[in-house]
Ligand binder design. Sequence first.
Ligand code: SF4
Length: 291
Amino acid sequence: MAFESMEEWLRSSADKNISTAEAVIQEDMSDRGVSREETWTQMSRMWEAMRSSEQDYDRTLRSHSGLVGGAAGQMEDYLNTCHPLCGETMGKVIMRALRLGESNACMKRIVAAPTAGACGVLPAVLVTAAEQDGYSDDQMTEALFTAAGIGQIIAARAYIAGAMGGCQAEIGSASSMAAGALVFLRGGSPEQMADAAAIALKNLLGLVCDPVAGLVEVPCVKRNVIGAVNAMAAADMALAGIRSTIPADQVFDAMKEIGDQMNSSLRETAEGGLAATAAGRAVSERLRENL
Ligand code: SF4
C-alpha cells in the first residue's frame, strides 16, 4: 500500500532511517512489483522530459483559440532588458511556468504533474533550482520522488483534478509538491518538507476552476506562475524554520472538504467565475461563431 498520510510517510522514513525519497522508491517497487532500476529510470525520464519540454518552448506558437502564446517570450525579453521586481531567480521561475503552460495549450509535449493544467509549476521551480544550484540529474530525480510522494498522498486524501476539487486541487497540489521537492533539494528536514507542502497548499485553498470557454488556457497558464512562485515562498518559509500550524494531512483534508462544497459551476464546467464574466463569455461566443 502506498502512503496515505504525511505522518505515515515520515514515520516510515524515520523508522527505516532512509530519506523520504527513498521511502517513495521502496513503496513504488513493492506496490507495482517493479525493480529499483525500473522505477528510477521512469522518474529520471520524467525529469529529462520536464527539462527538454521547457527548453523546446517556441515563442511563435499560438493556441488554436488564439488566447495563449508568446507570453513567456515577452517575459524573457523583459528579463533580458529590465530588472524584474521579483529578482532574477523568480523572474526565471515566472518565465518557465509560462513556457510550460503555453506549451500545453499549444499541444506540445509536457509532463502532467500532477495534471496537464498544472504542468508548469514543478518544471519552473526545479529547472531553475538545478540551473542555479547545480544539482545533478540524480538529485533532481530524487526530488521528483519527493514531489510524487506528496502528490500521491494528496490524491489519496483529497483531489488532484479541477473537475473534482477546483483549481486548488491542480495548481494547489502542484505547488505543494514543488515546495516539498525544493526543501528536499536544499537538505531540509522531512518535517520542513511537510511544512512547505502544507504552507503552499494552504495559500491556495479555495481556488476555483473556471477556465474561459472550457479551455485550459485562461486563467490556467498564469495560475501556473502563481503556483510556482508560491512554492518558492513556502519552501523558503519552511527552510527558515517557520512551521505550519495546521499539519499537512489536515490541510489536504481541508482541501477535500472545500472541494466537496464547491459549486459545480466552479469545477471545470466553465459556467462560473472568470468563465462567466462578460469578457469570458465574449471569448466563448467568438470561438463558437468561428467553429
Ligand atoms: S482553472 Fe481549472 S483547468 Fe485551469 S489549471 Fe486550474 S484546475 Fe486546471
